[in-house]
Design a protein around this ligand. Structure first.
Ligand SMILES: C[S@@+](CC[C@H](N)C(=O)[O-])C[C@H]1O[C@@H](n2cnc3c(N)ncnc32)[C@H](O)[C@@H]1O
Length: 404
């Protein structure tokens, strides 16, 4: 029904009147508040069966039961607080001290160490961190009492039966709030020092990054128009990417070779004629350029006003020298390098699992569409950007605005 192995909480949450959120993953939004009582049970009982038994016997606590901690819990309800739940600690802290509380809780959990008692008391008093581990262990009703204390509007008192508890455990694992204790991770075949395929996954099917390349191309295909230049590519790309809206398609490469229209280094501003292209593609190229910022300035020069650059760079990819491999380029870097462009749109594709898979040479066919398409911006397999060369009047207005 649900994990029979032991689990431990790994949670730094923020509770306010409006919601409970995971401070490690705020983009995912509010958590179902009733899940946190399940998490509370795992602070004290690692085995799911025991955790469920204790959860079922939980006694209700009232905010008044927290009176002894009132001085420390004197945080404003609208500001909320941080809830720290680990393998053997349940602490509450002002948000500013969330990391201190988390560090102390983990020291106790992992290293079975904490500062001497007086030092700990001084630290807790200064930071107003409240350690509720003991009270929580006795009652397992702390989450509900804190929900009342912070006037949480979401439903935190819903009680789960056995089956619902199991589903809650699964959800907590998926959210990364319940995890395997140290030494109990099942690495399976991923405990290896060489990839499943040394050729990016080609020997098994479609490399993961090529799967995302197809997704990106499908998104932008209709915008790739007019006179198209692919830098670091080949003539076959036009058909492979289904670029049907172009008037012409040319390829520039470092050296002359079949499928290449002219040789040139993208760092050289004279490699292509100024204002001669409507669309320029840079797929898996910028990481091989010593000065990617300069390349993007040259591209700006080569584009006609209103023309667009389409960039794709790998993030979770092994080092591949072609002829060098300098960088991994993330969204913030694109935003900075494309500052002279307009309508800049940066997107990432991938998640933790697909990053592991990509680095290990697993093919896209070996993951499910749901696994591939789950988006987690913290773990990009590739980062893509589309940006436009400002039209003359827009560029002038932007300059005037800066001068003013
Ligand atoms: C990894 S390959 C990518 C090929 C293709 N675009 C793709 O996505 O499969 C990188 C290509 O960029 C070319 N390249 C690297 N630095 C370059 C530069 N400064 N100017 C032009 N091309 C360059 C390399 O010669 C190589 O063919």
């Amino acid at each position: 029904m649900y994990a029979s192995r032991t689990c431990k909480p790994v949670a730094k949450l923020k509770i306010t009147r409006d919601s409970i959120t995971n401070m490690a993953d705020p983009l995912r939004g509010a958590l179902d508040a009733s899940l946190i009582s399940v998490l509370e049970a795992f602070v004290h009982h690692g085995a799911p069966e025991q955790a469920f038994a204790a959860y079922s016997d939980a006694c209700g606590l009232q905010p008044s039961d927290l009176q002894g901690f009132a001085a420390k819990l004197n945080y404003k309800a609208e500001e909320g607080a941080a809830l720290i739940l680990t393998g053997n600690r349940f602490a509450v802290a002002p948000e500013a001290y969330a990391d201190v509380a988390y560090g102390l809780a983990n020291a106790a959990d992992i290293r079975h160490w904490e500062p001497p008692a007086e030092e700990m008391e001084r630290l807790y008093n200064e930071t107003r961190i409240a350690d509720f581990t003991e009270l929580s262990g006795r009652t397992l009703g702390l989450t509900a009492a804190l929900g009342k204390h912070f006037e949480l509007r979401a439903d935190y008192e819903e009680r789960f039966d056995r089956e619902e508890f199991g589903a809650a455990v699964d959800r907590l694992e998926r959210l990364g709030l319940l995890t395997s204790p140290r030494g109990e991770i099942d690495f399976g075949e991923f405990r290896r020092l060489s990839p499943f395929c040394p050729y990016y996954g080609f020997s098994r099917g479609t490399p993961i990054d090529r799967y995302y390349l197809s997704r990106f191309v499908a998104q932008v295909r209709d915008q790739v128009v007019g006179d198209i230049l692919e830098i670091g590519g080949r003539q076959e790309s036009q058909e492979e990417y289904g670029l049907e809206h172009g008037k012409s398609f040319a390829v520039m490469e470092l050296s002359a070779q079949p499928g290449v229209d002219f040789a040139g280094d993208a760092h050289d501003s004279s490699a292509c004629e100024a204002e001669s292209r409507d669309s320029i593609l840079l797929f898996n190229v910028l990481e091989h350029c010593e000065r990617p910022s300069q390349v993007l300035q040259n591209v700006l020069r080569w584009l006609r006003p209103g023309g667009k650059v389409f960039c794709l760079t790998p993030n979770a990819q092994r080092v591949h020298r072609d002829p060098k491999d300098y960088w991994r380029i993330y969204p913030d870097a694109f935003e900075a390098m494309l500052r002279d462009y307009s309508n800049v749109q940066v997107t990432t594709y991938g998640n933790l699992l697909s990053c592991h898979a990509s680095l290990s040479g697993v093919s896209a066919e070996e993951l499910s569409p749901e696994e591939l398409d789950f988006h987690d911006s913290r773990y990009p397999v590739i980062t893509c950007a589309v940006a436009e060369k400002p039209r003359a009047d827009a560029a002038r207005q932007a300059r005037e605005a800066t001068d003013r």
